[in-house]
Design a protein around this ligand. Structure first.
Ligand SMILES: Nc1ncnc2c1ncn2[C@@H]1O[C@H](COP(=O)(O)OP(=O)(O)O)[C@@H](O)[C@H]1O
Ligand SMILES: [Mg+2]
Length: 246
């Protein structure tokens, strides 16, 4: 069974009185094996967040199927084993790191909160800053805390929407190391990004999405045999755009 299975997904957003429409996904299929780090790459507006929202049952597809660990993403039980970090997430600035996690654990009605929170602070490498307030954290550390929050329910599949978008090189290194650590522990990671060079090093496989369509998919080794992933990305997107203008 694949961790994620997306088949022929279509999604159109309509404007007021259907006077305008945007085809965000035009028949996208993707499969992610368990234990893999998968990167969904694409420029802004490609449809990455839309695909993630459908996977999480927050948005609904017009056509096609999305399965999480074999279950239809519209079934709430599909989300039991999934952790999610949204794009531009916010953390409570005036809470100490451990309390920010404890607060969420309480909302989830979790038992043995203290030990789980401590375990997560250790896992994401910020245990020694457990008593610092979130507002004192660097962006990389905030992202680590955000990922800890997404891991509260000990998910088998972790979905991160643009986790490295606003990070400096140190912050990106933090997140990269953490993703590799999670992979070692057997977690499947699905990550979306438009920051290319960073992703290339941690993903087992990537797909490139542009204007709702997949342009290519494969292992990073396959795609980068002759050129860098960045060159593959730019050439495919320029190629697709020149076809549109013919
Ligand atoms: N709720 C919405 N209503 C209308 N249009 C939307 C909505 N969400 C996204 N879009 C449009 O769909 C396209 C894909 O957006 P999105 O999935 O956010 O892409 P990405 O995450 O790759 O930047 C964009 O053109 C965006 O403007
Ligand atoms: Mg997005």
């Amino acid at each position: 069974m694949n961790a994620i299975e997306v088949r022929d997904l279509h999604k159109t957003y309509y404007g007021f009185l259907r006077r305008s429409k945007i085809e965000a996904l035009k028949g996208v299929s993707v499969s992610v094996k368990q234990g893999e780090i998968f990167g969904l790459l694409g420029p802004n507006g490609a449809g990455k967040t839309t695909l993630i929202k459908i996977l999480l049952g927050i948005a609904f597809a017009d056509r096609g199927k999305a399965l999480l660990l074999g279950r239809d993403s519209r079934d709430p039980r599909a989300r039991l084993h999934v952790g999610y970090l949204p794009e531009d997430h916010q953390l409570p600035e005036y809470l100490k790191a451990w309390r920010a996690l404890d607060f969420l654990a309480k909302l989830y009605g979790m038992h043995k909160r203290r030990s789980r929170v401590e375990e997560l602070l250790q896992l994401v490498g910020i245990a020694e800053r457990r008593n610092s307030k979130v507002k004192e954290f660097s962006k990389g550390m905030r992202q680590r805390l955000g990922i800890a929050q997404a891991l509260l329910n000990n998910p088998k599949v972790l979905i991160l929407d643009e986790p490295t978008a606003n990070l400096d090189p140190l912050g990106r290194k933090d997140v990269k190391d953490l993703l590799l650590h999670l992979k070692d522990q057997g977690t499947t990671v699905f990550i979306s990004s438009h920051v290319l060079t960073e992703i290339e090093r941690v993903c087992d496989r990537v797909a490139i999405l542009h204007k709702g369509q997949l342009l290519t998919e494969g292992t990073v080794d396959e795609l980068t045999r002759e050129k860098s992933l960045e060159d593959v990305f730019v050439e495919l997107i320029r190629g697709a755009e020149s076809l549109e203008t013919v």
